[in-house]
Design a protein around this ligand. Structure first.
Ligand SMILES: CC(C)(COP(=O)(O)OP(=O)(O)OC[C@H]1O[C@@H](n2cnc3c(N)ncnc32)[C@H](O)[C@@H]1OP(=O)(O)O)[C@@H](O)C(=O)NCCC(=O)NCCS
Length: 172
């Protein structure tokens, strides 16, 4: 569990599927890159895959909750990197409910996740990808210290994505 000023980052459990289904029902939550709302079954699959990732790797996506009342706001974490191929790097990702954006929560959660990932694993870097047009995501990555290094066509979604990374050395 990770506590920040405003947030509690904790492990997902199957009991989170209902709350996540509500977040998934808003197309803004998964707009990049899906462009649609996602179903309850997709929320359940997500939770199953997150729990399995933690079992295999001892790290993964955290449930991001408001500290005050424990409300689930979204998720943030690192996962195995499948694209682009980089040695010994984690894939950083985050997704918050639209009502929780613009308050610094994305930065708070992701900064804590990066610190945790470098502290508990031997990864050399964290990598993130963002659609070129996704200003919020690119701004957040920049604020976190990730450096944009390439624009590549995403193999699965066929849109142009910025690739950004932060090395362990630069993270201090
Ligand atoms: C990306 C996301 C996590 C940002 O979270 P957030 O809590 O709103 O971000 P923060 O408030 O911590 O802001 C971080 C920085 O990004 C900037 N930023 C946030 N939203 C922005 C926007 N829409 N346009 C431009 N800059 C933006 C902030 O101004 C801040 O920089 P600053 O301190 O220099 O002003 C959030 O918008 C989100 O969940 N989006 C939908 C899910 C998604 O697309 N995830 C990424 C999939 S690749």
């Amino acid at each position: 569990m990770i506590r920040t000023d405003s947030l509690l980052l904790r492990r997902f459990t199957p009991a989170d599927v209902d709350a996540l289904t509500v977040l998934y029902a808003d197309p803004r939550f998964n707009w990049f890159p899906y462009r649609r709302a996602r179903s309850s079954a997709e929320a359940a699959n997500f939770v199953t895959s997150v729990i399995e990732h933690w079992r295999l790797h001892g790290i993964g996506r955290w449930a991001v909750c408001r500290r005050d009342d424990g409300a689930l706001l979204g998720h943030c974490g690192v996962t195995t990197l499948t694209w682009p191929v980089r040695p010994n790097a984690w894939d950083l990702g985050f997704r918050l409910d639209a009502s929780a954006r613009g308050r610094g929560y994305g930065f708070e959660a992701a900064a804590a996740v990066i610190d945790d990932a470098f502290a508990r694993t031997d990864a050399d870097s964290v990598v993130a990808t963002a659609e070129v047009a996704h200003r919020a995501c690119r701004s957040l990555l920049k604020k976190l210290g990730l450096v944009e290094e390439a624009v590549l066509r995403h193999p699965r979604f066929a849109t142009a994505h910025v690739v950004a990374s932060l090395s362990r050395i630069d993270a201090g």
